[in-house]
Every structure is written in C-alpha cells, then in structure tokens.
Design a protein around this ligand. Sequence first.
Ligand SMILES: [Zn+2]
Length: 114
Amino acid sequence: MQLGSCHCGQIAYEVDGDVSQVLECNCSHCSRKGYLLWFVPRAALRITSSTEAMSTYTFNKHVISHHFCSNCGCAPFGFGVGAEGKETAAVNVRCLQDVDLTALTRIPYDGRNT
Ligand SMILES: [Zn+2]
C-alpha cells in the first residue's frame, strides 16, 4: 500500500498496490502539472482526510475529475471511467510517499495529438 497527500496535508489518501510504471502524458494539462500517472481501480484508492479542501478541475469532454488542493495547489489524483466502463483512479505518483521516481518506467503517452 502507498500513502499519499497534497503538500499541506489537507488531502491524504492511501492506494493499494505497487507502482512500477507510470504514464507521462504530453497534453496541455498533464505537461503543465507534471503528472506521472498510475492507474488503479477506483476502489483501490481511499481518501483518509476530509475532502473540504478538495477542488475539482474538468476540461475537454469532462470525463475526468482532476482533484487538487485548494490550499496548496497540489493535484494528487483524478477520477474517471476507463475502458470497459470501469471506475478508475489516476494517481499522481509525485504525491506519494516513498516512491523512487527514478526507478519507475515512464510510458510516454501522446495526449497532445490524441
Ligand atoms: Zn494541500
């Protein structure tokens, strides 16, 4: 299990599983935020804090809710519906504790041209 939080700690969460590879998307949104995304079933992510500070950004087709902290601005995860209609969480591994970013395999995703 992985523990994560925004910078100020008002949003805290835990995720089941181990990260080995992440998706690095070059779209206008992901590249600005620097997301390194790990996709898990929505049920594998549990928010352990209050959600009072949690704000939500949507764009494009509004299929993904990109959550971020209204206090510190960090964007720890987003929720959406993936292939086959499954509820999915996209975890920004940069907000997880104890993840060695240099040890992850980064899969480039050409979101800019998709
Ligand atoms: Zn915060």
